[in-house]
Design a protein around this ligand. Structure first.
Ligand code: NAP
Length: 324
């Protein structure tokens, strides 16, 4: 299909609107937090790979897994922070901690790390795609994609795509996307937005919603691919927690975040508890292709369940990411 047609095609707005249920709207307003399951099982000697572990949710999650004995391989963009973090983890929890550097705004770096993991003999027990940003400005990466789309969606797609056969051969692994209730901001779906937004006005909420919706759509395809293999893939909203998210944005956004969003925000330990439960608990064993608000399963918004768009996006992402 013509590339422009794929991206610009008017996906029937009415189609999605008809599918919305009040539970979708309420899910977004509620924001989660009340239904947090915990898992106290040990995870000693198992390997957990986490992207974006140098701050916020990724940092708390690294510590949570290490506190249960897991070894860590962290994929971060900042070497100095990675060295300090691994040292802290090793000293405090006596587990192995290693890191790899990849700036997700450069797909070549993500592909390189993916290749290194693929060629290693490491067996990955849990893979947590957490790296993500929120940007009020439209920024185009050197790969030609809108920055949030690339970091919050394409980066995780590239890693997963490169590792998919290895994980399948392992016969077991849990993959978790740190997604967001914010995927519901893409009310009309991703079809109207080109990857560089030349056809559509850019907004912080809109681009975030599109990236998170794209990630949920990719989950449908990955879940199909892993079916029956022992590998599961799920996505979760980590709650509204106080982190560095959006700190690179301008003064107005930072004021809004400090005075409105952060007032009700919780400690990222809550997200780490949920991510440990989803990665380790026997209660979710075998569940795949699901979206959780913390640890409670929920229906994603209609645009994130569109099989036809998921199929188109899958092929387009392979091209955009230079994978085949
Ligand atoms: N906070 C919330 O309430 C909330 C709600 C819903 C969803 N989320 C999602 O949770 C995830 C983590 O966000 P957070 O709130 O913990 O924010 P954060 O404190 O800003 O952490 C983001 C992490 O991603 C890394 N990162 C940013 N840009 C990157 C890039 N170009 N390449 C590689 N890594 C990069 C950061 O590295 P540096 O340390 O080098 O900056 C950091 O480790 C995101 O996917 C976000 O969308 C958060």
């Amino acid at each position: 299909m013509n590339e422009e047609v794929v991206w610009v095609r008017e996906l029937s707005k009415r189609k999605y609107i008809k599918q919305y249920k009040w539970s979708n709207i309420l899910a977004m307003m509620r924001g989660g937090g009340k239904e947090l399951e915990e898992c106290t099982d040990d995870f000693a000697g198992r390997l957990v790979v986490i992207t974006g572990a140098t701050s916020g949710i990724g940092y708390a999650t690294s510590r949570e897994y290490a506190s249960h004995g897991a070894n860590l391989l962290l994929i971060n963009r900042n070497e100095e922070k990675s060295i300090a973090l691994c040292e802290e983890i090793r000293q405090e929890f006596q587990v192995e901690c290693d890191y790899k550097i990849a700036d997700f705004s450069r797909l070549s770096e993500v592909r390189q790390v993916g290749k290194e993991l693929l060629e290693s003999d490491l067996e990955i027990d849990v893979l947590i795609h957490n790296a993500g940003i929120y940007s009020t400005k439209k920024i185009i990466t050197e790969d030609g994609n809108e920055l949030v789309f690339q970091i919050d969606y394409l980066g995780s797609f590239v890693l997963n795509y490169i590792l998919k056969d290895k994980l399948k051969e392992q016969g077991k692994a849990r993959i978790i996307f740190v997604n967001s209730e914010g995927h519901r901001f893409a009310v009309w779906g991703i079809g109207l937005h080109g990857p560089t937004y030349e056809k559509r006005r850019h907004s912080g909420l809109g681009s975030y919603g599109v990236a998170k919706t794209a990630q949920l759509l990719s989950m449908i395809k990955f879940a199909e691919y892993f079916e029956g293999s022992g590998v599961t893939i799920n996505a979760m909203h980590p709650g509204n927690v106080k982190t560095s998210s959006g700190s690179q944005n301008g003064r107005i956004y930072r004021w809004y975040k400090r005075n409105l969003i952060d007032r009700s925000a919780k400690d990222p330990q809550m997200s780490a508890t949920a991510l440990y439960y989803l990665g380790v608990s026997k209660e979710v064993e075998g569940l795949s292709g699901k979206f959780f608000n913390l640890t409670k399963e929920e229906d994603p918004a209609p645009p994130a369940r569109d099989m036809e768009v998921a199929e188109e996006l899958w092929h387009r992402s392979i091209e955009m990411a230079g994978l085949e």
